[in-house]
Design a protein around this ligand. Structure first.
Ligand SMILES: [Mg+2]
Length: 248
């Protein structure tokens, strides 16, 4: 492993977790397809599994598009998933709460089992750790899920500060989260960077305080049309931050 010079890196680096370090979204649709296939003939009224995936996707998009539902829902993700299933079944004319709960729970299990680290993520953290760069992990969501991922991949040892929305009492893009990180590390905003996949939470919010906002464009789609957010830097993989090529 070749290490970049320490002075080429920010004094403190903050990281998002999901879709920045942990591969979180990739298997969402496949997991729904598996759940719908498994449960299509389980209830009193069978359903078309392919059509149900489309319905669930539509309900899910509607559910998460509301800011307040999103805020509450992400703190109890499994309950939100059961609710999405209940609404999707109801849209199809099936009122079966037990079936909805079973589908939501099965989906949650699949997603939890499918998590893995993004390519190059562990190597990047190892390098930054070896260079003694102070690192903070700033993640939204419930304590159990987020701490579960941190423990499962033994990520805790890399970070001096871990802020989980449910434990801290508020989450990104609330600037209190970033102010807390700056105070914890006792650095000026210009000495810190934040890396994440969410343009509002991980880039625009820290930039509002003067922290460098680095966008993790893990899908490689480029900035969405119409966005006013201008990241200080865009990376396809966090490995680029320490000079790793996508093949390392
Ligand atoms: Mg994320």
């Amino acid at each position: 492993m070749t290490f970049p010079p320490r002075e080429s890196l920010p004094k403190v680096m903050l990281f998002d977790l999901d879709d920045t370090i942990v591969d979180y979204s990739r298997l969402a649709r496949e997991s729904w397809a598996e759940v719908c296939a498994e449960f299509s003939a389980v209830g009193a009224t069978p359903f078309d599994p392919v059509a149900m995936v489309t319905t669930i996707k539509a309900v899910s998009d509607w559910f998460w598009s509301d800011e307040e539902r999103f805020r509450v829902g992400r703190l109890d993700l499994d309950e939100a998933r059961r609710t999405v299933c209940r609404y999707a079944l109801e849209r199809t004319g099936i009122a079966d709460r037990a079936l909805a709960d079973a589908m939501g729970n099965a989906y949650a299990r699949k997603r939890d089992e499918a998590y893995c680290l993004l390519a190059g993520a562990r190597e990047t953290l190892e390098i930054l750790h070896a260079l003694e760069v102070p690192l903070g992990l700033i993640t939204n969501g419930g304590a159990e899920k987020q701490r579960g991922k941190i423990g499962r991949f033994d990520l805790g040892r890399f970070f001096q500060l871990i802020v989980v929305e449910a434990e801290f009492g508020t989450g990104k893009p609330d600037l209190r989260v970033y102010r807390h990180a700056l105070e914890f590390f006792a650095v000026a905003p210009c000495e810190a960077s934040m890396v994440g996949d969410n343009l509002e939470w991980d880039v625009a919010a820290p930039q509002a305080l003067g922290i460098q906002g680095i966008w993790h464009d893990y899908r490689g789609t480029g900035l969405p049309e119409g966005t006013v957010v201008r990241p200080d830097r865009i990376v396809r993989s966090i490995g680029e931050l320490v000079g790793l090529s996508p093949h390392d």
